[in-house]
Design a protein around this ligand. Structure first.
Ligand SMILES: [Zn+2]
Length: 150
């Protein structure tokens, strides 16, 4: 299923999202719904040719985003924390599925250390560089209620 992407102007895009709790995630009904949600999010991301999609962009205020870029795996990030940012700020033109046809020059650090849980609730610590670091920071801003125009 292709989900409707929420566009700039909707309040949900400006809200800080809630943490996902492990016990809720693995309760029978919600677990099925969660898997369907992830599948729908990937279908939507591919349809609109984006590299990342966050839960608030489809109307769900939870700390979840997905990325389809760095390998063929589906990359799912729950409760992501940015532990450290390194390097210099680099400027690059970014777009956003919630701001169609608009591009903004955004300065971001180029190296990150992050912690996150995957959909099986396995915790990862990852050092990320370059374009992927930028995508993660963009999606991380979404779960904190920030858009590239603010
Ligand atoms: Zn975006």
């Amino acid at each position: 299923m292709i989900l409707q992407i929420i566009k700039y102007g909707d309040k949900i895009l400006h809200k800080k999202c809630k943490k996902i709790k492990k016990n809720i995630l693995f309760e029978g009904l919600f677990e099925n719904m969660f898997n369907t949600l992830l599948e729908n999010m990937f279908n939507t991301l591919l349809k609109y040719r984006g590299v990342g999609l966050s839960a608030p962009q489809i109307g769900i205020s939870l700390r979840l985003f997905i990325i389809n870029y760095f390998d063929s795996r589906k990359n799912i990030f729950l409760n992501t924390k940015i532990l450290k940012q390194f390097g210099v700020y680099k400027e690059y033109c970014e777009g956003c599925l919630s701001l169609p046809k608009s591009f903004y020059r955004i300065k971001r650090k180029e190296i990150l250390l992050i912690e996150y849980f995957d959909e099986k609730w396995i915790r990862h610590n990852l050092l990320i560089k370059g374009f992927l670091a930028r995508v993660i920071l963009h999606e991380y801003d979404h779960i904190n209620g920030k858009l590239i125009i603010l």
